[in-house]
Design a binder for this molecule. Structure first.
Ligand code: GLN
Ligand code: ZN
Length: 761
């Protein structure tokens, strides 16, 4: 029985690639140094899979930045502004596209489906001259072969590539990018021919767009593309790989009737419905790559359950046609559990990172052929059982409280305009009140203090003193700047999710559980393994200390339940909404404690609410319903005079504006400045918004300091579509990553813009 891995993390078990990339970018090491680190990572990954016994080992899933950008390079689709003059694309052009250079900005980056991975969006139009400009796929195949390992080269499929592209600058917005298929297929054919010549016997085309809502036109493109490519691949087996959700019936029909294909890969973790289609409509004689090991999470597989599924599939497709696989590339999970010596033993027994998942896939394949590793299976079964019954997972009181929330509604009793009146009486703010989003610059010194406290190198007393000094500095600065609603600056927080996770029960943290977010950037999501509760107040100490330093209102600062959920590895033994409700109840306790402590403005960040939106439109309403409900649960019990703020990042909100309104916050601050005021267009189109709103007036992602005139101009544009009495003036997001020499003048200009406008209204 065969085993297959869709793709593997490229960053390395200790983020070796990250450090090599950053050192190269900083000019501290050479291109050869970087190439050496990359080659070592690739070979160790291939060897590891080969030693385990995996039959179909992927190559070309390594990337110096992103696999979609690699495809852009392969096709020579470099936007003209990078002045590429032809030939094989090297680091300089490649990294300029990824990150920009001194004279040109980077290409746009966007989320890869519903993951936290970001890809570089190809910019295409009728004038792009495609050419075969990166031989990476072939080179990596040969590199593995030279090590004695025959791999399956992986390419981003041509249709997915085009469907993820956007029209280049100057190209009409509705230009049918899919019409470029004819121009890119010849290059794909060259690649296939070279791979074949190099000895490849299988080629994998990743076509994950097949799980999205596609129209018949898009589906025809698949037929056209593969009918054409087929002419160049005779003698090679072709696998079309899908992932991240079930494949809708129409797409399944198209996929399984593509000519000349040898196998199809499906995500059977998120795609339970595909299982039904396979049972009734899978074509005879084809290989089924059954993705039963979850590539999106860190939980150990329930091997016995998977084995049953696989056995039932074997009965349909035949013994020699079933291949055990991962549900998606392992790019989206952590790398190796071996590097977690400090993690609690019992919790560790419930987990599997990429390296362990490879072993699971192999064990399942062997299990199917009757060579079952009994010891491995029984250890797995024991871990599954301990996870089910462990008191660290189960907290009956929490379960009861959370399930009581379902089906009921939670809203503040008074409507938002009456609440705003009551709040204004208490807060007495000027029109166009100014505020910031929460964090202030995190200096080296500050990070040192936190690190030393964690390592017990300084006492709690010393730590509290340092943090209070920092808060007091930030408070003074805001008073000098004459900001109306202050923040404490979040100096005690390393990360807006980790800070809360560390204080809630049911969360575990890893030392090296990094997952690539984009380029060299990685995130280390907490692991939610059990029922969530809040043993003690989490922010009251710092927020009340901060409030005592000023007469102005000081915002209490919390991370909302949906964001905590979406930025964590979530348990897979109950629905996501169940976990979200539990977190909501914990945050609700915190909100009420803050209110009791005299904090009258409380911000509950939902930076990641938009991110959790499911891939399929038909599932949006359900998600938004429980997500928005969870948010309301956190603050439905507060007084009218307590002002609830929320904050959201990323600009594309127009499609969920009604859900945002339904969150029923008193004030929302929202990223806006990078999106050409896209956000404002919904209000222009007549959406009624009665709560307070602060569309960001300047981009905090850039070191640039906006002028007073520019900010005033922006606010004026907002005033054209929003009532004067609901508009707030604030930056796009937190100021954590900026320097004080940027933050001070920028905020100074922001406040003067607000003051200038107040005199004109
Ligand atoms: N309050 C957080 C901060 O200012 C919000 C960060 C975010 O939205 N990503 O840092
Ligand atoms: Zn933000």
């Amino acid at each position: 029985m065969a085993s297959h891995i869709v793709g593997y993390p490229r960053m390395g078990p200790k983020r070796e690639l990250k450090f090599a990339l950053e050192s190269f970018w900083d000019g501290k090491s050479s291109a050869e140094d970087l190439e050496k680190v990359a080659a070592d990572l690739r070979s160790s990954i291939w060897k590891q899979m080969s030693d385990v016994g995996i039959k179909y080992i992927p190559s070309n899933t390594f990337s110096y930045y992103d696999q979609v950008l690699d495809t852009t390079a392969m096709l020579g689709a470099v936007p003209p502004r990078y002045n590429w003059t032809g030939g094989e694309i090297g680091f300089s052009t490649y990294f300029s596209m990824a990150r920009g250079n001194a004279s040109v900005p980077a290409m746009e980056m966007t989320k890869w489906f519903d993951t936290n991975y970001h890809f570089i969006v190809p910019e295409l139009g009728p004038d792009v001259k495609f050419s075969y400009a990166s031989h990476k796929a072939v080179n990596e195949y040969k590199e593995a072969k030279a090590l004695g390992i025959d791999t399956v080269p992986v390419l981003v499929g041509p249709v997915t590539y085009l469907l993820l592209s956007k029209p280049a600058k100057g190209v009409e917005k509705n230009f049918p990018i899919i019409s470029l298929l004819d121009k890119i297929l010849p290059i794909y054919k060259e690649v296939i021919a070279e791979l074949k010549a190099a000895g490849a016997t299988w080629i994998q085309f990743d076509e994950p767009t097949l799980v999205k809502d596609l129209d018949s036109h898009d589906l025809e493109a698949f037929m056209k593309a593969y009918s054409e490519l087929k002419t160049s691949w005779s003698g090679v087996n072709v696998l079309i790989q899908t992932y991240f959700a079930d494949v809708p019936e129409a797409a399944f029909k198209t996929l399984t009737s593509l000519p000349g294909v040898a196998g199809y890969g499906f995500d059977l973790v998120r795609g339970a419905k595909t299982l039904n289609l396979i049972r009734t409509e899978f074509p005879l004689g084809m290989h089924l790559f059954a993705g039963v090991v979850d590539g999106r999470n860190i939980w150990a597989n329930d091997l016995e359950a998977s084995l049953k599924t696989l056995q039932s599939l074997e009965a349909i497709v035949g013994k020699d046609k079933l291949v055990v696989s991962t549900s998606s590339s392992l790019l989206h999970t952590a790398v190796d559990l071996v590097n977690e010596p400090k993690l609690d033993k019992e919790i560790k027994s419930w987990l599997a990172f990429a390296a362990q998942k490879v072993v699971e896939v192999n064990a399942l394949a062997k299990g199917l052929t009757g060579e079952k590793d009994a010891e491995f299976f029984s250890a797995n079964a024991a871990a599954q059982a301990s996870r089910k019954s462990s008191p660290r997972v189960n907290n009956e009181a929490v379960q009861k409280a959370a399930s009581a929330l379902k089906g009921s509604d939670h809203r503040r009793v008074t409507n938002v305009s009456a609440r705003l009146d009551a709040q204004q009486k208490k807060l007495n703010l000027p029109i166009l009140p100014t505020t910031t989003i929460g964090s202030f610059p995190q200096t080296v010194e500050l990070r040192r203090v936190r690190r030393e406290y964690k390592a017990k190198k300084i006492t709690e007393e010393e730590y509290v003193k340092s943090i209070k000094e920092e808060i007091s500095k930030v408070v003074k600065l805001q008073e000098e700047l004459d900001i109306d609603v202050l923040v404490h600056g979040e100096p005690e927080r390393n990360d807006m999710v980790e800070y809360f996770g560390e204080q809630l029960s049911g969360f575990a943290f890893t030392a090296n559980g990094w997952v690539q977010s984009y380029g060299s950037r990685c995130v280390k999501p907490p692991i939610i393994y059990g029922d969530v509760s809040r043993p003690n107040p989490m922010t009251v100490f710092w927020s009340s200390a901060a409030q005592s330093m000023t007469k102005r209102p000081m915002k209490g600062m919390l991370t909302g339940p949906v964001t905590i959920l979406n930025w964590s590895f979530v348990r897979n033994d109950q629905p996501r909404f169940e976990t979200c409700y539990q977190i909501a109840l914990a945050i609700k306790d915190e909100v009420e404690d803050l209110e009791k402590a005299g904090v009258t403005v409380i911000q509950i960040d939902e930076a990641a609410l938009r991110e959790g939106l499911p891939l399929r439109k038909s599932e949006h309403a359900f998600y938004l319903d429980w997500a928005v409900h969870s948010f309301r649960i956190t603050n439905c019990g507060v007084e009218d005079t307590t002002q609830i703020h929320t904050h959201m990042c990323y600009s594309n909100f127009n499609d969920i504006i009604h859900s945002i309104i339904d969150m029923d916050a008193d004030v929302i601050t929202i990223e806006n400045s990078r999106s050409d005021e896209k956000l404002l267009s919904v209000f222009r189109e007549g959406v009624k918004y009665g709560a307070g709103i602060g569309p960001g007036v300047y981009d905090i992602h850039s070191p640039r300091i906006p002028s007073t005139e520019e900010i005033a101009d922006r606010v004026n544009k907002m005033l054209a579509v929003l009532e004067t009495n609901i508009l707030w003036v604030n930056p796009d997001c937190g100021l954590k990553t900026r320097k004080y020499h940027e933050v001070k003048p920028a905020l100074e200009n922001m406040v003067s813009a607000a003051k200038l406008l107040r005199t004109q209204l």
